[in-house]
Design a protein around this ligand. Structure first.
Ligand code: GSH
Length: 319
């Protein structure tokens, strides 16, 4: 039995759940409390989720792509990576690149969208366990939401989305991928690989970011993702998707107009460098830095430069 330490809604965790299911391995999930992580502190590896502990080999490992590679090496049935060494390295580089770009940027913009439109969703994700779930209940969660919003803004620098050109860089990454997947069923080769699992999983937060979910030239990419989710029994919608959807239906509006974007974008594409490990973008937060985060949080919530537009469901959902 493999133990998977998780935050349920994490797109990096979904990569590993999908790989475990694809390989038909027995596993069980252990939900962690994000700001303590006591459940996994006994393991001598980076304290991020996903983290697995394989009782049959004694291996404890974090970081989704190394976990997928470990699973493929330890359990070669239903391979996730190509056997040919050159193709294998190419797949590995794809995975690290997607982890270091799409995974980080989509997380940033997904949380940003929740803060702008539906901050009450944050306590419902992060605070279901402490104090018997008190802060996930109505009224209490309206008190907890700004504190969590500030914490996350500080940790992931959402207030710098514009300066860091996150929307532009993601668009540059996704447009060619969308074009490629109009011609091919998979990113590499003729069957599902760890690269497809990585791309489809890490794309999920962008389903709540209208600039991407409603982008006319990205519909094919979301249709591709939807097809994979259906044929591999992945969740149709995560709780944060359902929560923001309900909020949009109530208000009839969504925040989708990125005022500073140029069409076509003139931002240069990120350089494609060869990597040994995936990058991450977490910054530490302490009491003082949290206190200093409130102007950034308020700006993000009310004056982010991402304007309101009339709510409509994403076109790919009707495809
Ligand atoms: N490159 C890592 C990224 C893992 C990561 O950043 N996980 C987040 C959840 S999405 C985490 O552990 N967050 C806890 C924290 O920020 O302390 C991977 O592929 O697993």
């Amino acid at each position: 039995m493999i133990e998977l330490y998780q935050l349920r809604w994490s797109h990096y965790v979904e990569k590993v759940r999908w790989a475990l299911d694809f390989k038909g391995l027995p596993w069980r999930a252990i939900d962690i409390v994000a700001y303590k992580k006591q459940e996994m502190s006994r393991f001598p590896c980076a304290q991020t989720v996903p983290l697995i502990y394989d009782a049959s080999t004694g291996v404890a490992l974090s970081d989704s792509s190394p976990i997928l590679r470990y699973l493929d090496e330890a359990y070669p049935e239903q391979p996730l990576l190509p056997a040919d060494p050159v193709a294998r390295e190419e797949a590995w580089q794809w995975m690290l690149r997607l982890d270091s770009t799409l995974g980080l940027h989509a997380r940033r913009l997904g949380y940003t969208q929740l803060i702008m439109e539906c901050p009450d969703a944050l306590p419902r994700l992060f605070m279901t366990q402490p104090f018997g779930g008190l802060f996930a209940r109505p009224v209490w969660r309206s008190l907890a939401a700004p504190v969590l919003g500030m914490m996350l803004t500080k940790r992931f620098r959402f207030d710098r989305n514009r300066q860091d050109r996150i929307y532009e860089r993601l668009e540059n990454l996704l447009l060619p991928l969308a074009q490629m997947l109009e011609r091919n069923a998979y990113v590499m080769g003729e069957k599902l690989s760890a690269v497809d699992i990585t791309l489809a999983s890490l794309l999920r937060p962008l389903r709540i970011v209208p600039h991407f979910s409603h982008h006319p030239r990205l519909q094919g990419l979301f249709v591709w993702q939807q097809r994979l989710f259906r044929s591999h029994g992945r969740d149709a919608a995560y709780p944060y998707e359902t929560m923001i959807e309900a909020q949009r239906q109530r208000s009839g509006a969504m925040r989708g107009r990125v005022s500073w974007m140029e069409t076509p974008s003139t931002t240069a594409a990120d350089a494609e460098c060869s990597r040994a490990v995936a990058a991450n973008d977490q910054h530490s937060v302490n009491g003082l830095s949290l206190f200093k985060a409130w102007p950034g949080y308020l700006k993000l919530r009310w004056f982010s430069g991402v304007g309101k537009q009339v709510y409509s469901p994403a076109p790919y959902l009707e495809a």
